[in-house]
Design a protein around this ligand. Sequence first.
Ligand code: COA
Length: 540
Amino acid sequence: MRPIVSGIDVGSPTFAANRDAAVADAATLRDRQQWAIGGGNGRERSIERHLGRGKVLVRDRIDMVIDTDTPFLELSTLSGYGQYDDAAPGAGIVTGIGMVHGVPWMFIANDATVKGGSLLPVSIKKHVRAQEVAEQNDLGVIYLVDSGGAFLPLQDEIFPDKDHFGGSFYRQARLSAMGLPQLSVVLGGCTAGGAYVPALSDEVIMVEGIGRIFLGGPPIVKAALGEIIEPDDLGGAALHTHTSGVSDYIASTEQEAYGRLREICETVNKRRIDDRQSWVDYAAPEPPLYDADELYGVVSADDRIPFAAREVIARLVDGSKFQDFKPEWGATMVTGFARIWGHLVGIIANDGIIFSEAALKSTHFIELCEQRRVPLVFLQNTSGYMVGRDAEAGGIAKDGAKMVSAVANATVPRYTVLTGGAYGAGNYGMCGRGFNPRFLFAWPNSRIATMSAATAQTVLVDIRLAGLKGADTTEEEIAAMRAEVADQYETQSDPYYATSRLWDDGLIDPVNTRDILGLCLALAARQDEPPAGRPLVYRM
Ligand code: COA
């Protein structure tokens, strides 16, 4: 593989302007993450109350469980951002991947300082998504339970449908049957449906004085049976460990519980993060030739100005080396092999509008990666597939469909990073959320929508005007229509709007992309080789 030779002038005014905008974006991201982590909107009071009860804050709990000096890859930190009157930082639940004795685990931990750890619609989505990531990446799940259960005022958005609360129990039972250990530490309330999180776990630890499990709490018992009973007598750690057997271990402190949990993790017989299986080609990692910080200056501050995919790749891959596949053809798609933290990958990156040739080249490259069993990384920055008479006459619909089919049916692990625009069907062809990549991360400059705000203004206003069938419409009315559409599209394509709704697994600072992908690839490398798929039918 040859190193990419960068053509970027790091001393140019354009580079400086891009860098200033991207550094500001990264600072905004950090501030908002800090808001989600540290409190805000009057949450200080519930944090104080939590600490006053001798309880540990949710992220400190995770820190007490994972191996010292190892990273925790938190997912969707900004879920819930800008929703629910901003009263649900992180949607009241922390999910992510951390190591225990060198084995990676998925953590699903309630944040009791947010609405008592009760589950809003987006919290359930986050819980279920974490279970999906666990399934795809062969991870056991550690549940740190401290929750008021379903957020009752929104019960219709939480309870009845597929992938609502019931879906999380369904998945938990099935994950256990797949051999993925399900372990719970009960650190607070587990009421009604919430009781099933520990009850469905393979092993359960309860902490005395704070952990409680009951199908109906004291108020319900009083109403139903006239019994007046203290919470600990109804569902405390002693009752469930000594009498009911719902819990397997009792701990007098959180510290003791996490020590016990780590002991349990030593016996689960799962592969360590460094236990690479032979199907994935691996070489000693080497850093890129170009500094990751330069990504800030590479990415255009103005999203209408394209930026070169190879310049991004040069700052992500080992030694900046890239085996460029078909570089002279289908130039708006960059495809080729590289290594990220030693793992061989096939990279597909947009470098302009997707024409037929670019779609065919991507399809060909995906087939190569399928045949060679090489994981795929999509760097998505697309305004979509080419439109217009020439493109249609050239069969862009069937060529785009070939690419979409190949992406949908690829059986090797797939990962997506939104580095810029994620518009139109191009988002699907580049392995958007609907195509089930193992992980999808987005940069803070990214935008996701059917089309850009600028295009939508024209399209939607033209459609409305056509509907008015020649009725007099003043220039002011047309301008107002345009402004309304632009406003809607700007709001809804904002990356914070997207991440709040879990359309991705989190916004990431571009400089961390290589490390995050490296960890994701290491998860796949410790799994068995995924079975190959059947031959596809391509429209010729
Ligand atoms: N639905 C909606 N809101 C809930 C909730 C739920 N299931 N559980 C807790 N909350 C809210 C409370 O209304 C309160 O909101 P506020 O901060 O806006 O006032 C906040 O969470 C904290 O609750 P609070 O009861 O003051 O905290 P606590 O630490 O003393 O007790 C629980 C926490 C979880 C033990 C307790 O709130 C509880 O028992 N909740 C109901 C459990 C239940 O019956 N769930 C049924 C699920 S199917």
